[in-house]
Design a protein around this ligand. Sequence first.
Ligand SMILES: Nc1ncnc2c1ncn2[C@@H]1O[C@H](COP(=O)(O)OP(=O)(O)OP(=O)(O)O)[C@@H](O)[C@H]1O
Length: 226
Amino acid sequence: MNDVLRLENISKTYGKDGTAAVPVLKDLNLRVGAGEVVALVAPSGAGKSTLLHIAGLLDTPDSGRVLLKGRDLTGLSDKLRTAARREELGFVYQFHHLLPEFTAEENIVLPQLANGVSEKISKERARDLLGRVGLTHRADHRPAQLSGGEQQRVAFCRALANGPALLLADEPTGNLDPGTSDRVFDVLVSLVRETGLAALIATHNLQLAERMDRIIRLGEGARAEM
Ligand SMILES: Nc1ncnc2c1ncn2[C@@H]1O[C@H](COP(=O)(O)OP(=O)(O)OP(=O)(O)O)[C@@H](O)[C@H]1O
């Protein structure tokens, strides 16, 4: 299987220069194949956010390589990393981070316009994505007029707006009550599968993790299995 994301021998220690060094990741290896939906399960403090930041090109490891679709991005300039992030990656967080003054549709259109897509195509894509998550009737609503689950579904659409190769999600339904979380999580996994992209989804919820293709556990000693 072609790897969309590959982390090779990643190590990261915080505070190396001071006395209180915190080793977080040590020789970590991880891969996510094309079309694969992978769960990342980690106890609090094991380095889940650190790993997602490194995979998302928001932070750099002390050593090791980050490959996206086979391309080594480890030594790239900030400018090229930003471009790679915009073109190849989609992010979903625990909180939706939608722009409050814009409608659901506009929140999905704006990142496409910023990427040079025409207004017509951007709107068509936004409508298509909103349809896939069952929110066609909420296209013209602002975030404050939407429920928590609806806000998260719009955030999923926005993450996929520019057709990324890889979706990185950090507790994407962690802010919702358990019933809503279950349903909204299923929407996310269906959306990822329909669009055929690869996804690495961090969750504390083992039941949700078990619905994915594979589980990577980040545990004591911060080592993960390939
Ligand atoms: N900038 C930093 N400087 C020093 N230590 C840090 C820094 N950022 C994170 N850490 C420490 O590194 C460890 C891993 O942090 P990280 O945020 O990756 O954990 P996590 O697994 O995402 O935890 P949680 O699930 O609770 O959010 C923690 O012990 C944290 O205190």
